[in-house]
Every structure is written in structure tokens, then in C-alpha cells.
Design a protein around this ligand. Sequence first.
Ligand code: ATP
Ligand code: MG
Length: 584
Amino acid sequence: MGWDRISKSGSARRRPRMPSYEAARRQFSWAEARAALDGLPEGRGLNIAHEAVDRHAKGPAGGRAALRWLGKDGTRRELSYAALAGLSDRFANLLRDLGIGKGDTVFSLLGRVPALYVAVLGALKNRSVFCPLFSAFGPEPIQSRMAIGAAKVLVTTPQLYARKVRALRADLPQLEQVLLVGGAEPEPGCQSFERRLEVASEDFVIPPTDPEDAALLHFTSGTTGRPKGALHVHEAAVVHAASARFALDLGPEDVYWCTADPGWVTGTSYGIVAPLVVGATLVVDEAEFEPERWYRILQDEKVRVWYTAPTAIRMLMKLGPDLPRRFDLSALRLAASVGEPLNPEAVVWGLKVLGQPFHDTWWQTETGGIMLANFAATDIKPGSMGRPLPGIEAAILRHREDGGVEVIGEAGREGELALKAGWPSMFRGYLNEEARYRKCFADGWYLSGDLARRDSDGYFWFLGRADDMIKSAGHLIGPFEVESALMEHPAVAEAGVIGKPDPVAMETVKAFVALKPGFRPDDALRREILGLARERLGPAVAPREIDFLDDLPKTRSGKIMRRLLKARELGLTEGDTSTLESSS
Ligand code: ATP
Ligand code: MG
């Protein structure tokens, strides 16, 4: 492809907030990053909501837009930092009036509506633990998550309540309060969110908050199995602030759009907390993905920093370059991606068609914030996840027979991607699963469960999740490598690759491919794609078989579920499908 590196020298339209990666790494300390935050007045600790809104609301930024909300029906509403501070104060008082306090769990089941943002920040002020659920979840995933999280309060809408929660109420004995957003006369057992908010006081003093106090509960995407509830603390704000500047190059004057739903960790950490902590203006779109709408938002809102995901990027690519060329995307200064491997094709497509390459970033629900990134000031290597954030030590580990681990110093060798434990946004536990939590650590390292390699420039390259790796005739094959090669064929929109048991080779590589519009899934095309894969990967790594599918099974957060492709191929049970896109 000839795009091994996208050079940044001389290309920046504005000096990035981190002009030198090397210098930032050398100078960085978590103590200083912590000191750069405001802290609660009179040394009363650290509270995410204070950093995100109150701090700005009281100063000259009070009148600046914190939230720019775009309704499905074309409504456009802005909330200033001062207004958001006032509303979240009211919600904190509302909770307190209801007897909900420190450590109690508040859940939401809402679309991307302003009430969600008010509720998250208000709950954090009250030192309650907030857990946002994705509104398209069906009753079972809602019930199991609320039971694990011991939900005391649920904020939802009358429609979602009637469809998904009412019948579960008997199975949720700890659920004390249900607040309904946008309903005139709430039904028995529920209260009106708006009415309670209206009568609550607008003055709330955040009580002393220990940085180690629990703040957010996030369930993992369920890509590899049953979702886990990862618990995060207020101190995570230190990473949110630092990573927003370093990895997203985000600051106060930026209009910023994170397309992830707050039901996933990205949509909260980088869809609410991080941008507000640095004082940016957050664009929130209530509607679902729609290519033309998305390009229009980028254009009309003059989005400067855009954080999205590979699935969305691939869907935009599928429709070709003509549509985006009808829009003026010149305000865009940084585009970033997270959640899944980002194929090199996609990075380069961004540069050619949108005028900005996609900067891949890597992190997990467990890490609470961005850990690896391609930075604004540094060269991008398409297909690489980039380098560790200043303050983060990342390594490739080998597991020893005695159960310990050791760092593989040599560049280019594959092993488990691990992080030196102890960064501020590291999860503090999986709820009710202490043993599973402990298994994530060895010899002072947090083990990610992803396999990767590091090159001699210190860039990390994703190979696959440990569970998805394919062992074939003595080779260890990462599905991402094969999928990326398949994506180079002009007909291929998406690819998912699995290992299929084989008596001789142990496993053979099988690919599932979805085509772009206008291509016919026939034998000739299959042979052509196989030929290209063989040329790129060699016969030992290239797929033996290709099946065409209309769509690949994905989680609601947009990740290809290879374990389902495999279970279906082998006729096995499908396991936990609570986060599968089509299961509602
Ligand atoms: P579960 O843990 O329930 O199986 P999940 O791991 O998909 O689900 P998340 O925490 O949402 O849940 O996702 C983190 C994972 O997503 C990472 O471990 C990695 O496998 C994948 N991922 C995230 N960013 C990237 C990236 N830039 N490149 C490759 N993979 C990525
Ligand atoms: Mg995971």
C-alpha cells in the first residue's frame, strides 16, 4: 500500500498541546497531573463532577457551551457550563432528598438525552456510583446488570420503563426509586424526573470526596464472554484530563464529538468526563448512525476533534468518497478511533477523503482511559495502536511456567500486552468477581488479555485477543492481520476471521466477509479475494475458506464477535449474547 508511516512534520495546522512526545514522557508525573486539577475547595478531596463542571461554571467559562445537544427531530439545545452545574446540583439534591447517598448505585436507561448528562454529574456530586445502561438492551441484560450493581435508583423514560423494566420490578428488590424523564403523569412506583428536579434546591456543596471513592460502574462489551462490571473511582479524572490533552489534543476552545453511547465506557469517559474536565464543548447526537447526518454534523457544528470507532469508519468507507466530498470538513483537526483494531486502509482513507488520518487509540473498560495512542504531534503508523501515554508503562510479556511473567525486551516478538499497575484510572475491581479481578494481575503488571508486539520505535501492534488467536501448522495467527489483508480488496467491507479445528494443522483459517454494495458474492470473487490474501499473507496464514455474509455479528458497541462466528460455524452454543446487536 506504501503508507507505512504518515509523517506529521510540518503538517500541523496548529501546534499540538503535546508538541514533543519524548519530552512529555520524560517530564510527566502523575503527581503533577493530579496537581493540575482543581480539587474540591478547602482540600476536601477530588470529585469528577467538580472538575467537569463546577470548576468551569464559577469562572469566566461559565457561559460557554458545555453541551450542544442535537435531537433526533432537529431540535438543537445548548447547556452552558453554569447551567449544567446548576442542573446537576439539583439532581444531587434530589438524590439526597430521596435518601440516596454515598456509594449507592444510580443506573440510567436512557438514549443520549440531556437528562442523562445531568444525572451522571449530579450522582457523582452526591458521591453515588453511576452506571449508564445502553437503552437498546433487552430486559435480561438490564435485570442482570442492575442486580450485580445493586441499583437503588433508575432514571429512564416512561416508554423504556413500560417495555423493559416494569415486569422486572419484582426481581429487583433493592431498586427503591424510578425517575421517569419526559412523562407527564408517572405511573405508580415511579416519580417524574422533571418535577422532582424542579423542586430540588440549586445549591449543593459537594461533600468531601476521597479520590479512591467509587464513582462509575461500567460493564465490558461482552465480546469474549459474559460482561464484567468494572468499578472506577474519582481519581480516574486525572487520566481523563491528561489523556484528553495528550491523545485527543483537546482543550477549552474545541468543539468535540464522541460518537460512542454513554452505555459503553468510551461514551462516558470520553463522551462526558474528559471533554468537560478540559472545558471543551461537547456535541451530543441523539440519533443513530446515519452517514449523511454524521457528515452534516461534522460540517455544521464545525467539529474540531472527533472520536469514533472502526465499525462506523468502515461503514462510511463502504459508501465511498463521493458523499463526504459534498461536505466542508475543514474544521476537523484530529480524528481518532477506539474499540477494535483499525485497519491501515481506514487510517489512510481518512487522510485521503476526510483530510485527516484516523489516530488509533487502545484502551479497555478496565483501564478507564486511553493507554496507547497515535498522537497529534507524532508520526502515525497505519495499523498500529501507537505508543503509551506519558505516565503509562506498557510492555509485551511472556508467561512463565511457574505462573509468573517476564517482559520481552526484544522488539518484534509477540506476547501479552500489559501495563504497569497503578495508574489513576485503573479499575478497582470487577463487581462480585474478586477471583476474576485477581487473575488480571501478575508480578505488578495488569494483563490485558490482548496479544500484541512492539516495534523498534516503541509502537504497539495488535495481533488479536488471546481467545481469538489461531494456531495453525505451528504458526500463531492473529485474526486482525488476516482481516486487514482481506480489507485491501476493493469489494470487501468487513471481515471476521476464526480458527477452525483441523486434524492435521490443528486449526485452519476461515474468513467471513461482508461485501460493499454492488458486488456479487460468487465463486469468482471468492477466488479473487483468496488470491489476494495468499499474495499478501502467504499460504500458511491466508484463509483456507471464505464465506460471504450480509453482516457480521457485532456487539452493540460495534465489535465483531468472532466467538459467535466460531460457535455458529462449529454448531456450538452461543454463550452470552446479551450485548449482541440484534438481540433486543
Ligand atoms: P469483554 O471484555 O466483555 O469480552 P471487550 O473486551 O470488547 O469485552 P471493552 O473493554 O469495551 O470490552 O473493549 C476492550 C477491548 O477492545 C480491548 O481489550 C481490545 O481487544 C479491543 N480494542 C480496543 N481498542 C482497540 C484498538 N485500538 N485496537 C485493537 N483492539 C482494540
Ligand atoms: Mg475485555
